[in-house]
Structures are given as C-alpha cells and as structure tokens.
Design a protein around this ligand. Structure first.
Ligand SMILES: NC(=O)C1=CN([C@@H]2O[C@H](COP(=O)(O)OP(=O)(O)OC[C@H]3O[C@@H](n4cnc5c(N)ncnc54)[C@H](O)[C@@H]3O)[C@@H](O)[C@H]2O)C=CC1
Ligand SMILES: O=C(O)[C@H]1O[C@H](OP(=O)(O)OP(=O)(O)OC[C@H]2O[C@@H](n3ccc(=O)[nH]c3=O)[C@H](O)[C@@H]2O)[C@H](O)[C@@H](O)[C@@H]1O
Length: 434
C-alpha cells in the first residue's frame, strides 16, 4: 500500500520504518526539516534499538520524508502520529492533531475528486470521540465529505520506548476502530504482512472508533495503576523490612496477576503514562465521574521520588554536598526524558542544597537542555567520585556492573530506586521497597 504518516517522532518514525520494511511505500510528513532530512539520508532522528538499521535500509527509498502535505494525495491511507500533550489542567491538548487533520483535509481537497475515499487513521492516543467529533470535522472543513471523500478510523499503538521496533512488529494485539467496512478492509490489508511475519498469532480486535480510543487509555491506565499498586505494596513492605521483589515474584505466579509490571521503585514516567492518566481522569471528570483508583495511582506515583530522597535524608544531610544521580532517561533503552522521575529527584536534591552530578548513557544531552546548570559526568564512575550519596533513577544494565566505583565515593550511601545495584559490603545500601 501507499501510506503517509504525519508526525515523525518516536511513534511515527518507528511505524513508518517498520511499514516500509514490511513492503509498503511510506511517506513520512513532518514540519521539522531536520527530521525530514535525516530520514531521507537514511538516519533515524531518534534513538531506538533496531531503528537505525531500518531507516538506513529504507530511508530515501521505500521510506521517504517531506514537509509537504501534498504527499498525502499520492497515498491511500494517512496515519496521524502527532503529539497529544497535556494542557496545564491535565486535559488533552488537541492543537497538533487538529492542525494535522486540517492540513490533511486541505491537501486532499486540493487534489480534486478521488475514486476511493482516503482513510485517515488516528495513531496518536486521543480521548474517546476525538477522531469522530474533532478530527473528522477538521478534515471536512476543507469541503470534503466523510464517507465519500474520506473515512476515519482509530488504530492505537501499544509499542514501548526502548523496544518499539520489536513491539510494533510483534504486537500482543491489533486494535482497529472504524464504522465503515471499507476502513476495516484497508486496515486489514495494511497489517496483513505484519500478521504474516509476526512470531505467532496476532489477535485483532475490530470495534467502534470510540471503543478503540478508550482501549488505549484503559491499557495504559491499567498498567500505570498496576505499577502504582505494587509501589504501594512495596512501601508497606519497606515498613516491615520485607523484600517487595520476593513478594512480587510470588504473587506474579498467579495467572490472574501476572509477573510483568511488578517492578516497584521510584515510579512511572515517560511521554505517555503521566499524560494519558491525566487526560482520561480529566475527560471523565468533565463528564461528572471522578475515577478514584486512577487518581490515587497518580498521587502515589508523584510521591515516590520524595520517598526515595527521604531514605537518603535518613543517612546524610546533602546540603552543600555532591550527590550522584544515576540515570536520567525515564526508562532504559531510550534517550527520552519526558516526565522522567529524574526531574523531581534532581529538583528535590537542589531544594536540599545538594550539588547534583548526573550521568546517563544516552539521555545526558536531552537533560542538559533542561538543566544546563547541573554537572554532567561522562561515566557512572566519574559521577560517583567524591559523592556523598548516590540515587539510582533508571535501571540501565551497566549500573548492575558497578562495584569498585563505589569505593571512590566520599560517603558510600546508595539509594536505589530501581533495584539494579546489588547490596554489598562497603556501601550503605537502601532499596526503595526492599
Ligand atoms: N512515544 C511512544 O512510545 C508512544 C506514543 N504514543 C502516542 O503517539 C503520539 C505521538 O507520540 P510521539 O511519537 O512520542 O510524539 P513525538 O513528539 O515524538 O513526535 C511528534 C512529531 O510530530 C511532529 N509534528 C508536530 N506538529 C506537526 C504538524 N502539524 N505536522 C506534521 N508534523 C508535526 C513533530 O515535529 C514530531 O516529530 C502521542 O499521542 C502518544 O501518546 C502511543 C504509543 C507509544
Ligand atoms: O502509550 C505509550 O506511549 C506506551 O506507554 C508505555 O510504554 P513506555 O512508556 O514506553 O514504557 P514502559 O515500559 O511501559 O514504562 C513506563 C514507565 O513505567 C515504569 N515501570 C514499568 C514497569 C514496572 O514494572 N515498573 C515501573 O516502574 C518504567 O520505569 C517507566 O518509567 C506502555 O507500556 C506502552 O504499551 C504504550 O504504548
């Protein structure tokens, strides 16, 4: 198929490169000229395992990029993979989605009549009814008729950062939300090569558009709440001196609970859990319902970084001292620092008057833009040298191998928010929930 993907960030670039790899002709459309040039030169604009290779193979060939929306006219289907950030009050900010939908509508309208309606698919995470009520309306504003000139559908994405390529190519499920058989048929054709290539069966849910939109929020809300619940349980464990990881391993043996997403610690961050939980809570409240469990999950998550710092306070007054922050990315395998737990941790240390020295294998440059004034180390060893305390925020594998490096600390106090460092002689070790 000939497809265009509007928005070439974390999701858009991954989806575009993978669809090209599956044999489709793909055009990525982005307003950022640097991103467009990179893709056409065969370079991935983001750090994601496996993506460099795919963009190198297909960039400038089956995968092309442009800033010109006219390209959508050469394609049968357009996916919107644009940002859906939060407004100040937590509600979803639809300005990028509406701008993108308007531009797609205008580009299609400029091409005159079409034999078949163009399918516009919402890939981004949007609150239920957005695609039909807000995006279809913007496309129609260009003078196009839904059903004749264009169709809309929702196809939410469940990939994780750090494993986006393998997640996209081997999904647990595909979700197609549509209200027209032609839209379902096109989505089936789009994903046919993926279903053939995937390791094992890929269940496909065909449902309504608002249901598909809600499935995405329910998925993220459930996972975020699962981590908050194990953090809540972990905080109780810590009070009793019980190891929450032993508890989690045991309860995970119950199929109804499942072993995944039971890693307790400093909490969830990232570009999606925080904004998506806020957006769905806000949308529900607007309709008169207050989701109590979800609100508590957010509250608990917001409190974990301060619990981490209070464990450090128990051992050292960090005012005027050098403290190492190990890990800045919101999770390992990515350079993404959006809503990373490192931010409240760094700010909490600064409030205490500590001198922060931070280290991350790949996210340092992104963080430096936000906090140009803290010190950045070129290695974990350099960060630990002469530090009077260290806090671990991201579970990068390389931190597990640290050993003699702790001997160079002024005061070897390690507070681990991710259970990646081993307790050992010579250091004062505190695990957040163990
Ligand atoms: N990051 C992730 O792993 C996942 C994200 N999602 C959802 O996917 C959506 C996109 O997220 P990300 O890829 O992380 O965002 P992102 O911020 O990385 O990428 C968005 C891209 O859109 C471009 N853009 C902005 N306005 C534009 C316009 N008017 N026309 C063309 N391009 C424009 C930006 O330059 C940027 O490259 C969000 O709704 C997010 O919730 C869903 C699943 C996973
Ligand atoms: O909508 C999205 O953008 C994506 O959000 C998450 O993916 P992602 O945020 O990339 O990463 P996760 O692996 O889910 O981790 C999220 C956060 O939870 C934390 N986490 C995760 C698991 C766990 O057991 N404990 C825990 O603290 C991680 O450290 C990280 O900060 C979902 O897992 C994806 O399915 C979804 O597509």
């Amino acid at each position: 198929m000939n497809v265009s993907i509007v928005g070439s960030g974390y999701v858009g670039t991954t989806v575009a490169a993978c669809l090209a790899d599956l044999g489709h002709e793909v055009t990525a459309i982005d307003i950022d000229e640097g991103i467009v040039a990179a893709i056409n030169d065969g370079e991935s604009p983001i750090h994601e395992p496996g993506l460099d290779e795919l963009v190198a193979e297909h960039g400038g060939d089956r995968l092309r990029a442009t800033t010109d929306y006219a390209a959508v006219r050469e394609t049968e289907l357009t996916m919107l993979a644009l940002p859906t950030p939060s407004n100040e009050d937590g509600s979803i900010d639809l300005q990028y989605m509406e701008a993108g939908a308007s531009s797609v509508g205008e580009a299609l309208a400029a091409g005159g009549d079409r034999e078949e309606p163009h399918l516009v698919v919402t890939k981004s995470t949007v609150v239920p009814t957005t695609t039909e009520e807000r995006l279809a309306a913007r496309i129609a504003d260009a003078g196009l008729e839904r059903g004749t000139d264009f169709l809309v559908a929702s196809n939410p994405e469940f990939q994780r950062e750090g494993s986006a390529v393998t997640d996209f190519l081997n999904p647990d499920k595909l979700v197609f939300g549509a209200d027209d058989e032609r839209a379902f048929a096109m989505l089936r054709v789009l994903y046919a090569p993926l279903r053939e290539a995937a390791d094992g069966e890929v269940p496909t849910v065909e449902t309504g558009i608002a249901e598909a939109e809600m499935i995405k929020y329910a998925n993220n809300a459930f996972l975020a709440s699962k981590v908050s619940l194990i953090n809540d349980i972990g905080n109780v464990c810590k009070e009793f001196g019980v190891d929450a990881y032993e508890v989690a391993d045991a309860i995970g043996l119950d199929d109804r609970i499942g072993e995944r997403f039971l890693r307790s610690g400093v909490g969830w961050g990232g570009s999606c859990f925080p904004k998506d939980t806020d957006a769905i809570i806000s949308a529900a409240r607007e309709r008169g319902y207050d989701p109590a469990v979800l609100s508590a999950a957010v509250e608990l998550n917001d409190a974990q970084p301060e619990r981490l710092l209070s464990l450090l306070d128990d051992h050292v007054d960090v005012g005027g001292k050098r403290v190492a922050v190990l890990g800045l990315a919101f999770k390992p395998g990515t350079d993404d620092i959006r809503n990373t737990r490192a931010v409240p941790v760094i700010e909490g240390l600064q409030e205490r008057g500590a001198g922060v020295v931070a280290y991350d294998p790949v996210a340092t440059e992104n963080m430096r833009e936000r906090y140009p004034d803290i010190e950045y180390a070129g290695s974990a060893a350099e960060a630990l040298e002469d530090a009077s305390g260290a806090v671990v925020v991201t579970d990068w594998d390389e931190f597990a191998a640290l050993d003699a490096e702790f001997d160079e600390m002024a005061d070897p106090i390690v507070v681990d928010g991710r259970r990646i460092i081993e307790r050992r002689d010579g250091i004062t070790y505190e695990g957040l929930t163990w």
